[in-house]
Design a protein around this ligand. Structure first.
Ligand code: ADP
Length: 450
């Protein structure tokens, strides 16, 4: 039963249920056949007697019996004078004597183990003062026998009924399972061909199966996205490492050459050191980002005075005097958010160092922190190189760098800073925004909802 297909299982269950129901119905009919036959015989005899009584009439001073049915539907009819003399009709042979007439009463008489119902009424005759007794008589056992014949027939028809039921339910189950077969086929195709772009696309199926297929398709969408980004990620990492490794190898070869002077070797060592530092920074930044992305770095959030924190970071940053940029800050006092302190430091530092890196010489960078009715807004504005519109929605991706950004600062630029900012904001339920005009500057905003 365990390894049986669901289709077969359902068919077997439905046909068993069908058989059980059919057997129960027939058994019930058998058990109730006596009662049904008796009550139907009783009403049958009464009906025939009453109908015949309505047909009584005199014609040419004689009782006209042309319209009387003396034997109908198993009912014998007899007519008597008001004083009880038999006028018309015959009793079945078994009756040796006639039971007394009793108006409007069904009498039960058993003769030779056969039960009879006898019904009498004293009926008026149309246009005549005489009353006539109309008597009806039916053998109940005959009715039971007729009933049993029908039941026997039903008993023979029962297997046929079950057979048709089983075949019918098999086709119904098969039809119902068609979408599931399609889902199995798609899943098998995906695992065989490793093609994650395949989808179930069950449009014309029942609501539940459509829901299941849509959930499956959505899961495939996410999986495909995740695989794609993993692929992209490894390509980016190997691309990022290729340049410093090539530089290190070339410098080593050069320094180890016979003609290299002491000064050349020193220079090669410095370049190697710089590239190694770049690789080390890349790996540690990557590690931090991965931990954030995969939720390994658990953000312990607590009430944080963002005003104080932003001021400290600004003060430290302003000591750099990079490109002679002047950093100013406008921070409302005591703005508190539910946040992780280290992550917030990383977020503000990344935004400020970008503003410096892509800012112009002698330019200005401004940090603002303010609180409105529904949100807390942190913004960093610079008057540097700006970003063209077509790059604005891509700069949050890992390793994405606008052309020329590398030339701004070869050493620190890795295309990971904004990705980190985006993830930190996400962890805090905040959203990110950027406005920028090429050649005029950019404003990055982090918006914390209440
Ligand atoms: P990177 O390490 O290259 O700075 P980021 O993820 O921090 O990486 O930024 C991605 C890209 O977005 C940068 O390469 C740069 O082209 C652009 N960008 C970021 N901040 C600014 C800014 N303040 N002004 C102009 N361009 C910026």
């Amino acid at each position: 039963m365990k390894n049986m297909s669901a289709k077969l299982k359902l068919t077997l269950l439905t046909s068993s249920l069908l058989t059980l129901m059919a057997v129960l119905i027939v058994a019930l009919l058998f058990l109730s056949s006596d009662i049904i036959a008796q009550s139907s015989s009783r009403s049958q005899v009464m009906k025939v007697v009453e109908n015949n009584a309505d047909e009584l009439e005199y014609e040419d001073r004689r009782l006209d019996t042309d319209d009387i049915d003396f034997f109908k539907n198993g009912v014998y009819t007899l007519l008597y004078t008001q004083t009880g003399t038999l006028l018309h009709g015959d009793f079945p042979e078994e009756f040796s004597e006639q039971p007394p007439l009793m108006n409007n009463t069904v009498t039960e008489v058993t003769i030779n183990e056969t039960l009879y119902y006898i019904y009498d009424i004293l009926a008026p005759v149309e246009d005549h003062s005489d009353l006539i007794w109309v008597r009806g008589l039916i053998a109940v056992d005959e009715a039971v026998a007729a009933y049993n014949t029908i039941l026997t027939l039903a008993l023979y028809l029962l297997p046929l009924l079950i057979l048709f039921g089983t075949i019918g339910s098999y086709f119904i189950v098969k039809f119902t399972f068609r979408p599931i077969d399609k889902m199995i086929k798609t899943a098998e195709d995906i695992s065989l061909s490793k093609d994650l772009s395949l989808r179930m696309n069950l449009e014309s199926s029942s609501a539940e199966l459509r829901k299941l297929a849509t959930a499956f398709d959505n899961m495939l969408n996410r999986l495909e996205g995740a695989f794609e980004s993993e692929k992209q990620f490894s390509q980016n990492v190997s691309h990022e490492l290729r340049t410093p490794i090539a530089v290190i190898l070339a410098q080593c070869e050069y320094a180890l050459g016979k003609n290299a002077s002491e000064a050349d070797r020193l220079e090669a060592l410095e370049i190697t050191n710089k590239q190694a530092l770049k690789m080390s920074r890349l790996s540690s930044e990557l590690l931090k980002l991965m931990r954030l992305e995969r939720g390994i770095e658990q953000a312990e959030l607590s009430a944080l005075n963002l005003s104080e924190l932003a001021e400290i970071v600004c003060e430290e940053q302003s000591l750099l005097k990079d490109k002679n940029i002047s950093l100013t800050w406008h921070i409302e006092d005591n703005i508190c958010v539910h946040a992780n302190r280290n992550m917030m430091i990383r977020l503000i530092t990344n935004l400020l160092s970008n503003a410096y890196r892509y800012g112009k010489d002698d330019g200005t960078v401004t940090l603002r922190l303010s609180q409105g009715d529904e949100r807390t807004e942190l913004s960093v504005q610079d008057d540097g190189i700006g970003i063209a519109d077509e790059h604005l929605d891509k700069i949050w991706q890992r390793f994405y760098q606008v052309d020329g950004a590398r030339s701004a600062d070869e050493g620190g630029s890795m295309g990971l800073g904004l990705s980190m900012v985006w993830h930190i904001a996400k962890v805090h339920g905040a959203s990110v925004e950027v406005q920028s005009v090429l050649g005029e500057g950019s404003t990055f905003k982090i918006i914390f909802p209440f």
